[in-house]
Ligand binder design. Structure first.
Ligand SMILES: C[S@@+](CC[C@H](N)C(=O)[O-])C[C@H]1O[C@@H](n2cnc3c(N)ncnc32)[C@H](O)[C@@H]1O
Length: 487
């Protein structure tokens, strides 16, 4: 803890601070000993071990936020970031510390949430499982269009990732190590393509929103999806042809990255699907989303193989959720199935099931699986996925878990949940508990809401057996967990 004199600290004060830890969200945290006790101070762009001179920007009762004025000593944990965009680009937050340290910090975040917010013992949290390959792991990236601003005047069109903590601005990206080597060249090429059209006035009435790339790391299949608002450019066929040329030139050259340390063959990415998505968004009218296949197939295929040797094929369409890290999805799903350990007479609920991935793996071992998912196109994918894999003992229901859970007449032996970041609503928790399953397997992408929901379940008589952190997102502060509860 940094000692200060016993005079009160005020906004604007410049003080010295030692950074002790990294908070969830990747801000450094130090503590000041004040006349009233200890005050947590958050400082962006710092790592544990840094000693910094900061200016106090925000002053609250329980914490303060400061901005770096100068470094007094840089932490030995600091490394040189691999990417030239690190710092400005919002894609990565932790490239300035090595991967082993990132993992330690993430494991501690899970322990903190589970103990402080859930009221459980720290020992319930198992050692984190890291990625074999902490680069080139993403199978999906969304790049945003924006306009440059110079002297208050709107300028050229730009395309890239959002600037860190400034959601309206975009970094002019020309390299990225999260998905594949070709991404920097592709984003540059797509940006140039639309700039030329824009300069000729051909984008006048249309707003371009984003350009999304998805790739099957195991299949090599690639989908590109351009999204615009309130109109369709009249040169979309030319755009699809541009993308086809780009990928044709990669053939035999650029290869699928992120597979080096596995026994998987290295694959050349091949474009199989190009979409234009139009969002109709006029004031006073309901928002509508329409997809149009410009070229190729409606979906890309991907195969996943869990540690027990089960291999399944999945369809991914533009709007369906698919775990963004293929390699670790195989690990995560393996852990979820291992925790559920279904017998061939068991009924299993797969709630928030997306395209049915966990449910399909489960159905290989269970008696019957029911999946519930809000997104209709994901449910369509889920049904096709079950058919494609010859799985007959699974049923998918389209709608809200909180509303539809009660309509399944059968009592589950195990409930698997994988909700979005905000966790489960108390109604859904209540419904699950009313079925009194023997086991609840909770897959979560947010340690805070996980801890909160596990705490709620504990009050109803469920015992927490384990929490397994799995790193799905190296270089970022995000962390996934699989927790197991039993009656
Ligand atoms: C983290 S994803 C998990 C998907 C799937 N388990 C997987 O691993 O691919 C969460 C899913 O919950 C769905 N979802 C969000 N709110 C929901 C709700 N209230 N009822 C049902 N599904 C919901 C989302 O559409 C998304 O597909």
């Amino acid at each position: 803890m940094t000692e200060v004199s016993d005079k009160p600290i005020n906004k604007g004060d410049v003080i010295e601070l030692e950074i002790e830890s990294l908070a969830f969200g990747a801000e450094g945290v130090g503590h000041l000993k004040t006349d009233k006790g200890s005050l947590a101070v958050f400082v962006e762009d710092t790592v544990p071990g840094d000693i910094v001179k900061i200016r106090i920007g925000t002053m609250k009762r329980k914490f303060a936020r400061g901005y770096i004025v100068d470094f007094i000593k840089k932490s030995p944990l600091r490394i040189t970031p691999r990417c030239k965009h690190f710092g400005s680009c919002g894609g990565c937050a932790l490239q300035f510390i090595d991967y082993a340290t990132q993992l330690k910090i993430k494991e501690q975040h899970v322990k903190d949430a589970i103990t402080r917010l859930g009221g459980f013992e720290e020992t319930i949290v198992k050692p984190i499982i890291g990625c074999k390959e902490p680069w080139y792991y993403r199978n999906k990236m969304e790049f945003s269009f924006s306009r440059e601003f110079k002297d208050g005047v709107e300028g050229r069109l730009t395309l890239g990732l959002h600037v860190r903590r400034r959601h309206h601005d975009v970094t002019e990206l020309s390299a990225c190590f999260l998905m594949n080597d070709y991404i920097g060249g592709l984003v540059t090429g797509v940006r140039d393509f639309f700039r030329k059209k824009d300069e000729k006035g051909r984008l006048k009435e249309i707003s371009l929103l984003n350009f999304t790339m998805r790739e099957g790391k195991n299949s090599g299949e690639v989908m590109a999806n351009l999204t615009g608002e309130n109109g369709e450019p009249d040169f979309l066929d030319e755009f699809a042809a541009y993308l086809r040329d780009f990928f044709a030139q990669l053939n035999g050259g650029e290869q699928m990255r992120g597979l080096k340390e596995t026994e998987q063959p290295i694959i050349t990415p091949k474009l199989v699907s190009v979409y234009f998505t139009q969002i109709i968004n006029f004031k006073g009218r309901p928002k509508k989303t329409m997809e149009r296949l410009l070229w190729g197939r409606e979906f890309i295929s991907e195969s996943l193989k869990t540690a027990d040797g089960t291999e399944l094929k999945f369809r991914i369409s533009p709007r369906s959720f698919f775990q963004p890290n293929t390699r670790q999805a195989e690990v995560l799903y393996g852990l979820a199935i291992e925790a559920a350990a279904p017998k061939n007479t068991d009924t299993v609920f797969d709630l928030f099931c997306g395209a049915g991935t966990i449910g399909c793996f489960c159905a290989r071992r269970a008696g019957k699986v029911y999946g519930i998912e809000l997104n209709e196109s994901a449910v369509k994918n889920a049904r096709d996925n079950a058919d494609d894999n010859g799985i007959k003992n699974i049923e998918f229901i389209s709608g809200d878990v909180g509303k539809l859970l009660g309509t399944i007449g059968k009592k589950p032996d195990t409930v698997i949940v994988d909700p979005p970041r905000n966790g489960m609503d108390p109604k859904a928790v209540e419904m699950i508990v009313s079925y009194a399953p023997d086991k609840i397997v909770y897959v979560s992408c947010n340690p805070s809401t996980l801890a909160r929901d596990l705490g709620m379940l504990k009050k109803t008589g469920y015992r927490l057996l384990s929490v397994q952190p799995v790193d799905m997102f190296p270089q970022t502060y995000h962390i996934e967990c699989v927790a197991l509860m039993e009656k």
